[in-house]
Design a protein around this ligand. Structure first.
Ligand code: TXA
Ligand code: MG
Length: 340
């Protein structure tokens, strides 16, 4: 186990003022605070403090050309970070903020390029989680926050996941329990002639299309060509991966057989399914996830973290349906299955 950071429990129904003040103190001093959001835990720093932002990259072991998301309270604050705020950005922000949607726009000249991985765009999101909102409000500034995991690792959906991956590389963890969505925000680029989903996420394509009929969903192309490079920096190949090798298998029966076969070679094996798996040896740890995309997404990372903690050598996953409601889960499973 890595050295423990300070962990403070906060009730999301009534965030404790002292805990929020402590988090703001750490941020003002240039420190890192792990913050609960409705999607996953974020690794927060003052976005406009270049040194603090550099610490985020160091703590995660993340390449410096991978841009970060800026977290703000509302559209008004987001606009101030953007060189231009297209009408489309207003439309989605008004319909879906606060919530698990990240909007990519042109970066304002005053916003440090380091946050944007050196690029000229910026990603902004207004989270709905009461604790993170209270921190941003008390700080009075935007908070940069990637998911609070090591580079390419599994996103944390509990404070314990953050501690296990980052140890005392983070100064303070605000623990508000398990994240509601359990999967990251949807990233949509509203620059240019049409809107594009760069990362499918907690806001489904149908909900986005209701506000942006012109939407293009890149993830569908990627599903046909796994491993292909993306337009969004920091989105290449392996990502969102457990420590154990993850193998995606199309049919339930083949998934079960593969898990049994791998277990016969002596390793403990995880088997993640959406229906009853049938009889398997005790060394196959079966995890039955819900049949619906939302509830499945809510439990996916937690299940993979649990299997990693149980010391499995491999995780066999029965693949998910190919319809659009599953696109975020399908995307994460494909990336997790990429070899390093
Ligand atoms: O739900 C979430 O989005 C969580 C919580 C903490 O807010 N954050 C998160 O951050 O997932 P991170 O850094 O792990 O992922 C950010 C994603 C990456 O896929 C990155 O490529 C994309 O957003 N992104 C960030 N800035 C971008 C930009 N300027 N242009 C294109 N994509 C960008
Ligand atoms: Mg991440």
């Amino acid at each position: 186990m890595p050295p423990m950071p300070r962990v403070v429990a906060v009730d999301p129904r009534a965030p404790d003022r002292d805990a929020i003040a402590e988090a703001v103190g750490v941020l003002r001093a240039g420190g890192l605070v792990a913050l609960p959001t409705e999607t996953v835990y974020g690794l927060g720093a003052r976005a406009l403090d270049a040194k603090a932002v550099a610490r985020i990259f160091a703590a995660k072991g993340r390449p410096e050309n991978h841009p970060l998301i800026l977290h703000v309270l509302d559209e008004e604050s987001a606009r101030r970070l953007a060189a231009s705020w297209p009408e489309r950005a207003s439309r989605v922000a008004r319909a879906l903020w606060p919530g698990p949607l990240t909007i990519v726009v042109d970066r304002a000249p005053g916003v440090p390029a380091a946050i944007a991985g050196g690029g000229d765009s910026i990603a902004v999101r207004s989270p709905s989680h009461s604790v993170t909102r209270a921190v941003i409000a008390a700080l009075g500034e935007p908070v940069a926050a990637p998911s609070a995991n090591r580079y390419q690792g599994l996103s944390p959906t509990t404070a314990a996941h953050v501690v296990a991956q980052l140890g005392d590389a983070v100064d303070l963890v605000l623990d508000a329990g398990a994240c509601e969505e359990g999967i990251e925000s949807t990233v949509v680029d509203v620059r240019g002639a049409s809107a594009r989903v760069l990362r499918p996420g907690a806001v489904g394509a149908a909900a986005l299309r209701a506000v942006l009929p012109e939407l293009e969903v890149e993830a569908r192309l990627e599903r046909a060509a796994p491993g292909a490079l993306r337009a969004s920096p920091g989105m290449g190949a392996r990502h969102y991966a457990p420590r154990a090798r993850l193998v995606l298998v199309e049919s339930l029966e083949s998934a079960r057989s593969l898990a049994v076969e791998l277990a016969a070679r002596g390793a403990r094996v995880g088997l993640v399914v959406r229906e009853r798996a049938g009889a398997v040896p005790a060394s196959v740890l079966v995890r039955e996830l819900p049949a619906g995309a939302g509830p499945y997404a809510h439990l996916l990372y937690r299940t993979l973290h649990d299997l990693d903690d149980a010391g499995v050598g491999a995780i066999v996953v029965h693949d998910v349906p190919s319809d659009e409601t599953w696109s975020a889960v399908a995307d994460r499973l494909r990336r997790a299955a990429e070899s390093a």
